[in-house]
Design a binder for this molecule. Structure first.
Ligand code: HDD
Length: 688
C-alpha cells in the first residue's frame, strides 16, 4: 500500500500534484463529459492488478486511440495545408459569371494543400516527384476545388490508366519498396511502354520535381476548363498559379541530403514563413481561348499531356492567393480536407478531357472511403461557407440535419420555410454541347503526338537545366535492374534529343545506342522555344523569402555579423546562426548570440546561401569539426554563394577549396559598406 501511495503522488502520474483545477472549463472529462479524477492509472483489484473491465475511463481512452487512423490518401498522402484568401483584381463578368470573380477587390476564403504524389504520409519532402497544388475556394455559390499540380501536364491521357500509373509508381507490391521514389523497374517499365508519358517524364526529371519550397513553385489546373458568362458565352480556360517570389528548385544531391537533415523541409518552410508574417502569394493567371484557337492549335486541347505555350496564349493575371494562417489542427484540417474536381460553381464547367471526366468520379469516391461516409461535407474544413439547402439526409455522422416536414421534391409544402427549391436563373447550368457518335472504347487520333512537346520542353531549358535532366534520367535508370527497360527509355529519348539520349546511355554504360522508339506520328521538331518553361530563365533576381545560414564561432567580428544580418533583414530574407554548439557564440564585443542550429544539425543544404564568419582565435576549433568542412564543401558543390571573412580561410583551405574559389565567393570585411546581399540575388552561381 505504501508503495502505491508514493507512486500515485509522483508528478505526471495523475496523483495529487495533478489534481483537477477548480475552473470547470479546464477540468478533464471523458468524451461523454464525465469528470475524470485520475487519467494515468487504470482501475485494479489491489495495488498490483489485475485491471477491471469495469474501468470505463481506461476503455474509452484506449478504444478511441485504437481508432485514430483513417486511410491515408491513395496518392498525395503526404501533404501540408494552410488557410488564406483569394482576391480578385477586377470584375471579370465578361469572362465568367463565377461569383468570386464579379467584384473588384473581393476576397474569398481558401484552403490550400500541397503534397507529393507517390510517397506515404511519413515520406520525406524532397522526393523527386510531382507536387500537388490543391485549392478549395469557399465561394458564395459553393466550394470550387481547383485540384492541380506544379507541372502543367500529366503522365496519361485517359483516367482508365490511372490505377496502372499509380501502382507502377508506388512501392512494388511484393517487396514494399522503394518508398517515395520512381527510381525502380516498375515505374520505368510502365512509362516506357506508355509513350504518352514522355512529355511529363521530361518535366519530372527536371528541377520542377525538386522545388526548394512550396512557396517557390507554380501551380496548374492542367485540364482545359470552360468559363461561361451570364450571356451564356463560353470560352476555354487553363488555370495557372504564379508564385510572387519566383521559381526556385534545389539540386538533386542537395535534395538527397535535405531528406536526411530535415525530412519536413517543405512543411517547416511554409510554417516558418507564415509564422514570421512573410505570407506566400501566388497570382492566378488564366489562358483564355475560343473554339477557333482550339481548332487550329497543333494539339488537342482536351489532351492533358499537352500544354498551351504562354507565348501562344498569354497568361492574364486575374487575382492573387495569399496564405496567412496555419491550421489549428493538422488532422482536422489538412488530413480531413476533401478535394473533389467535381466541386465546381456556376460560371465554370468541365470539358470532355477523358482524364478530367474520370477524376470527377474518383475524388468523390475516395473521400467517401477515406472519411467514412457521404457526410464528409459536414466536417468543418469541407463545409461550404454559404447556405446549403437540399434533401440529402441521414448516413454516418450526419451533423447538419434538415428541419421541418419536407424532405422530397416535388412537394406541395409551399409555406414550409425549410423547403428549398431549384432555381432556374441562378442555379448551376452545364454548358450546352452537341454530342453524338457510336459507343466506343477509343483514343482519338488527335491524341497521338507524344514527342513534340517533350522536344519543345527540352529545347526551352538552359544548358544547366538540360544537364540536370540528363543526370536525373541517369540516376533514376541506374536503379532499374532490368537492362531492357533502361534501353527502352533511351529509345524514347532518341525521339526527343539525340545528344540527351547519348548522354544518358553513356551515363548508364549502355554500349550502343538503341534504335528510336516507334512513333504513332512523326514528332514536330519546329515548335518555338518557350522561355516560360524554364525555371532559370525566369529567375526572380531577389533573395527575398530565402534563407542564409551563418556559420560562426566565438569572437566573431560584431560589425561583420551585424552588417550581414541587417542586409538580410532589409532584403526581406531570413537567416539562421549555425554554431559549434546550439548554445551559440560570444562575439568579439562580448555579445551573446544564440545558435539556431548546431553544426551537425544545420548543414548548408538547408540554406539558399551561406556565410562563414570565423575569428582568428577560434577558427581552428571549427576546422576540426568534420561537419563544418561539409558545410562549405556542399555549399560549393551545390553552386551556392559563399560569404566569408579572412578568418574563415583556414576552413576553406581544409575543405580543399582555396584553388577553386570563384566569383561566387564573396569576401566580407568590417570596413566594407557595399551591399553584399544583392549579390545573392541570382540565387546560385551556376557558372561554377
Ligand atoms: Fe488526382 C488526389 C492532382 C489525376 C485520383 N490528385 C490528388 C491531389 C492532387 C491531385 C493535388 C491531392 C489533393 C489533396 O491535397 O487532398 N490528380 C491531380 C492532377 C491530375 C490528377 C493535377 C491530372 C491532371 N487523380 C488523377 C486521376 C485520378 C486521380 C486521373 C483517377 C482517375 N487524385 C485521385 C484520388 C485522390 C487524388 C485517388 C487521392 C486522394 C484524394 O483524391 O483525395 O481520388
Amino acid at each position: 500500500m505504501a508503495e502505491s501511495f508514493k507512486y500515485n503522488n509522483q508528478k505526471g502520474t495523475g496523483g495529487e500534484l495533478h489534481q483537477s483545477p477548480e475552473n470547470a472549463k479546464q477540468m478533464m472529462t471523458t468524451a461523454q463529459g464525465c469528470p475524470v479524477k485520475d487519467d494515468q492509472n487504470s482501475l485494479k483489484i489491489g495495488s498490483r492488478g489485475p485491471t477491471l473491465l469495469e474501468d470505463h475511463i481506461l476503455r474509452e481512452k484506449i478504444f478511441h486511440f485504437d481508432h485514430e487512423r483513417i486511410p491515408e490518401r491513395v496518392v498525395h498522402a503526404r501533404g501540408y495545408g494552410a488557410h488564406g484568401y483569394f482576391e480578385t483584381y477586377d470584375a471579370y463578368s465578361d469572362l465568367t459569371c463565377a461569383d468570386l470573380f464579379q467584384r473588384k477587390g473581393e476576397q474569398t476564403p481558401v484552403f490550400v494543400r500541397f503534397s507529393t504524389v507517390a510517397g506515404n504520409m511519413g515520406s520525406p519532402d524532397l522526393a523527386r516527384d510531382v507536387r500537388g497544388f490543391a485549392v478549395k475556394f469557399y465561394t458564395k455559390e459553393g466550394n470550387w476545388d481547383l485540384v492541380g499540380n506544379n507541372i502543367p501536364v500529366f503522365f496519361i491521357q485517359d483516367a482508365m490508366k490511372f490505377p496502372d500509373l499509380v501502382h507502377a509508381a508506388k512501392q512494388e507490391p511484393d517487396r514494399g519498396f522503394p518508398q517515395a521514389q520512381t527510381a525502380h523497374d516498375n515505374f520505368w517499365d510502365f512509362t516506357s511502354l506508355t509513350p504518352e508519358s514522355i512529355h511529363m517524364l521530361m518535366w519530372a526529371m527536371s528541377d520542377r520535381a525538386i522545388p526548394r519550397s512550396f512557396r517557390f513553385m507554380e501551380g496548374f489546373g492542367v485540364h482545359t476548363f470552360k468559363f461561361i458568362n451570364s450571356s451564356n458565352e463560353e470560352k476555354y480556360v487553363k488555370f495557372h498559379w504564379k508564385p510572387k517570389s519566383g521559381l526556385q528548385s534545389v539540386v538533386w544531391n542537395e535534395a538527397l541530403k535535405i531528406n536526411g537533415a530535415d525530412p519536413d523541409f517543405h512543411r517547416r518552410d511554409l510554417w516558418n514563413a507564415i509564422d514570421a508574417g512573410d505570407y506566400p502569394e501566388w497570382e492566378l493567371g488564366v489562358q483564355v481561348f475560343d473554339q477557333r484557337f482550339a481548332d487550329k492549335f497543333k494539339f488537342d486541347v482536351f489532351d492533358s499531356t499537352k500544354l498551351i505555350p504562354e507565348e501562344d496564349v498569354p497568361v492574364q493575371k486575374i487575382g492573387k492567393l495569399v496564405l496567412n494562417k496555419m491550421v489549428d489542427n493538422f488532422f482536422a484540417e489538412t488530413e480531413q480536407v476533401a478535394f473533389c474536381t467535381q466541386n465546381i460553381v456556376p460560371g465554370i464547367d468541365f470539358t470532355p478531357d477523358p482524364l478530367l471526366q474520370g477524376r470527377n468520379f474518383s475524388y468523390l469516391d475516395t473521400q467517401t472511403k477515406r472519411l467514412g461516409g457521404p457526410n464528409f461535407t459536414h466536417i468543418p474544413i469541407n463545409a461550404p461557407r454559404c447556405p446549403m439547402r437540399h434533401f440529402q439526409q441521414d448516413g454516418h455522422m450526419a451533423m447538419h440535419n434538415p428541419k421541418g416536414r419536407v424532405n422530397y421534391e416535388p412537394n406541395s409544402w409551399d409555406r414550409d420555410e425549410n423547403n428549398p427549391r431549384a432555381c432556374a436563373t441562378r442555379g448551376y447550368q452545364s454548358s450546352s454541347q452537341p454530342v453524338e457518335g457510336d459507343k466506343l472504347r477509343y483514343r482519338s487520333k488527335t491524341f497521338a503526338d507524344h514527342y513534340s512537346q517533350a522536344i519543345q520542353f527540352y529545347n526551352s531549358q538552359t544548358q544547366v537545366e538540360q544537364r540536370h535532366i540528363k543526370d536525373a534520367f541517369i540516376f533514376e535508370l541506374s536503379k532499374v535492374q532490368t537492362p531492357a527497360i533502361r534501353e527502352r527509355v533511351v529509345s524514347h529519348l532518341m525521339n526527343v534529343d539525340e545528344s540527351l539520349a547519348k548522354g544518358v546511355a553513356q551515363g548508364l554504360g549502355i554500349p550502343s545506342l538503341p534504335e528510336k522508339a516507334e512513333t504513332a506520328m512523326p514528332p514536330q521538331t519546329d515548335l518555338k522555344i518557350s522561355d516560360a518553361l524554364s525555371i532559370q530563365k525566369n529567375n526572380p533576381n531577389s533573395f527575398k523569402g530565402r534563407k542564409l545560414g551563418i556559420l560562426c564561432c566565438d569572437n566573431a567580428d560584431d560589425e561583420v555579423l551585424n552588417r550581414i544580418i541587417e542586409d538580410i533583414r532589409k532584403e526581406g530574407a531570413m537567416y539562421e546562426v549555425v554554431a559549434p554548439t546550439v548554445y551559440g557564440i560570444t562575439t568579439k564585443a562580448g555579445k551573446r548570440i544564440d545558435g539556431h542550429q548546431q553544426i551537425d544539425g544545420g548543414p548548408s543544404v538547408l540554406y539558399d546561401a551561406v556565410a562563414v564568419v570565423l575569428s582568428e582565435e577560434h577558427a581552428k576549433n571549427v576546422v576540426s569539426i568534420p561537419e563544418a568542412k561539409d558545410f562549405v564543401t556542399d555549399a560549393h558543390m551545390h553552386n551556392k554563394f559563399i560569404i566569408y571573412n579572412e578568418a574563415a580561410m583556414p576552413l576553406i583551405r581544409e575543405a580543399n577549396l582555396e584553388d577553386k574559389m570563384d566569383a561566387g565567393y564573396l569576401l566580407v570585411e568590417s570596413s566594407q559598406t557595399a551591399p553584399l546581399i544583392k549579390k545573392l540575388r541570382p540565387l546560385r552561381y551556376w557558372e561554377r
